[in-house]
Design a protein around this ligand. Structure first.
Ligand code: PEP
Ligand code: MN
Length: 324
């Protein structure tokens, strides 16, 4: 963003006023024109109207937004079935197993989620796996088990569409369609998911910038999605103590700068059940509109992501600490 200084004003004075608003600017002097101040990208968020009102500011030039549809969603809540998420609503809990493994497993999970204050049941029928060999989901039949378990306990459904081929099946049962981290920039998939007209949970790619993530959200809206909920699930890091690195700065940027809907998934971020509760609290403190938590009735039997799954008592404790 560029701020032009009125020729009768003192540029240093204007610069000081801007710094008072949290805006750091580089001075670009010109020989024959007015002094211009280039606002540093890591500055605070200040509206153009506020800037124009600063004494000595002649004009403000901002690039046209590359995300006009997201801009319209600013400060808007979204409805996922009967769950409202966003401004004015309490934080939401979406929880369930990594994979839907059996009818019994997902029924027990639904009971636990409901008791902990959850309103959406998660579970994968199609699982993206880094290696081609492990269990990768039971497919369509698991979608039916998931829907039935959610209905039996008054919950909505969130589940992942991993490929364009399965989007229709997933849209048939899901109240919220998840696009996984590995697919964040699969634009062909985003187009098909957006065209279903369902709200979308867009997980952040493990090496995606916030801008890339936002633009992926714009793709979904452009394709017809009514709402996008961004989900921070950890990014790549040099440190192997946790599975990924939970980027709480990104949560604060999405919430407090862009004022969009953002969820945090501390399960995939840490890969460790023992760290899920403290990071859940931190996520809500940073402004998250809710949490996506992996849980399992008996994680010793989990066919995927067992180490990060909360056992029933731990899910209940999290529910009582954050939602009930
Ligand atoms: C998941 O939610 O189970 C999952 C695979 O998440 P991510 O895409 O964040 O790895
Ligand atoms: Mn998982």
């Amino acid at each position: 963003m560029l701020v032009t200084v009125n020729q009768h004003a003192d540029p240093e004075q204007v610069q000081a006023e801007l710094q008072g608003l949290g805006l750091w600017a580089q001075r670009l002097d010109s020989h024959n024109g007015p002094t211009t101040l280039l606002i540093a990208p890591y500055s605070a968020t200040v509206s153009i109207e506020t800037l124009r009102a600063v004494a000595g500011v002649q004009d403000v030039h901002a690039a046209r937004s590359a995300r006009p549809r997201l801009d319209e969603r600013v400060r808007q809540a979204a409805s996922i079935g009967t769950t409202v998420i966003g401004p004015g609503a309490p934080p939401v809990l979406m929880a369930g197993p990594c994979s839907v493994e059996s009818e019994e497993q997902i029924q027990s999970a639904a009971l636990m989620v409901r008791a902990a204050g959850g309103t959406l049941l998660r579970g994968g029928a199609y699982k993206p796996r880094t290696s081609p060999y492990p269990f990768d989901g039971h497919g369509e039949v698991a979608l039916d088990w998931l829907r039935a378990a959610a209905d039996a306990h008054g919950l909505g459904v969130v589940t992942e569409a991993m490929s364009e081929q399965h989007v229709d099946q997933v849209a048939r049962v899901a109240d919220l369609i998840q696009v996984g981290s590995r697919n964040m920039q699969n634009f062909a998939l985003l187009r098909v998911v957006g065209a279903t007209g369902k709200p979308v949970l867009l997980k952040r790619g493990r090496a995606a910038t916030i801008d890339e993530w936002l633009l992926a959200g714009e793709h979904l809206l452009a394709a017809g999605a009514p709402d996008v909920i961004f989900c921070e699930r950890g990014i790549a890091s040099f440190d192997a103590s946790t599975r990924n690195l939970l980027d709480l700065s990104a949560v604060a940027v999405l919430k407090h700068q862009h004022e969009l809907l953002v969820l945090v998934d501390p399960s995939h971020a840490t890969g460790r059940a023992d760290l899920v509760l403290p990071l859940s609290k931190a996520a809500l403190a940073a402004g998250a509109d809710g949490l996506l938590i992996e849980t399992h009735p008996d994680r010793r039997l989990a066919q995927s992501d067992g180490p990060q799954a909360l056992q029933p008592d731990a899910l209940q404790a999290l529910g009582e600490a954050c939602f009930l």
